[in-house]
Design a protein around this ligand. Structure first.
Ligand code: ZN
Length: 198
């Protein structure tokens, strides 16, 4: 049985203790199949474990001069809040009511404010980079990107820097070449996005 590689290994215990690292047969939002899925919401459903992870991530970032975190809603909201609590800074989130990210709810950035963009899971980093673009448009400064889970396989490497609490690499298969399908099982879709959205 192939396993998911988790770095650092100590993070695996917290992911398993919080039921965030699922084993089975999953259809990912990319359409590919995998025997593993990280459901980060399960980690945030256990605040004590999430706070421990956030503390470890904040320590790794080791950057005292951050004015606020900014997270793309919905997935990044709790991640950004939890990490801001560990860093001791403000926690904002951006929403997409009409296609592109914007700040609502009275949130604003002062010119030059140092912003850490935070996600729960980064796979391609698309939403995170869009959020970083919003920071620049608003006159803030992106000091880096952070996520609790890195599923980019090292491909997400923005020039400002990127920190993750745990890197998780799992085998992925094209639907037509999936050994789990070949063995007769049906994939389940555990994600948060509607089928049509990639
Ligand atoms: Zn399959």
């Amino acid at each position: 049985m192939e396993t998911a590689a988790v770095q650092p290994e100590a993070a695996r215990e917290i992911l398993q203790a919080s039921s965030a690292l699922l084993e089975g047969h999953f259809k990912l939002s990319s359409g590919k199949h995998s025997p593993f899925y990280v459901q980060c919401a399960q980690l945030f459903a256990r605040p004590a474990l999430a706070a421990q992870a956030a503390g470890e991530l904040a320590e790794r970032i080791g950057y005292a001069d951050i004015d606020c975190t900014l997270a793309p809603a919905m997935g990044g909201v709790i991640a950004g809040y939890q990490l801001a609590a560990a860093l001791g800074c403000r926690a904002l989130f951006a929403e997409r009511p009409a296609g592109s990210f914007e700040l609502r709810r009275g949130f604003s950035l002062k010119p030059g404010e140092k912003v850490l963009v935070v996600e729960d899971v980064i796979t391609t980093g698309g939403s995170a980079l869009e959020t970083g673009k919003l920071v620049q448009e608003l006159g803030g400064q992106v000091v880096g990107y952070a996520s609790f889970i890195d599923r980019s396989g090292g491909k997400f490497a923005p020039p400002e820097g990127y920190w993750a609490w745990a890197a998780v690499q799992a085998p992925v298969y094209e639907p037509g070449a999936c050994p789990l399908c070949a063995a007769g099982s049906q994939p389940v879709k555990p994600g948060s996005r509607p089928e049509a959205v990639k």
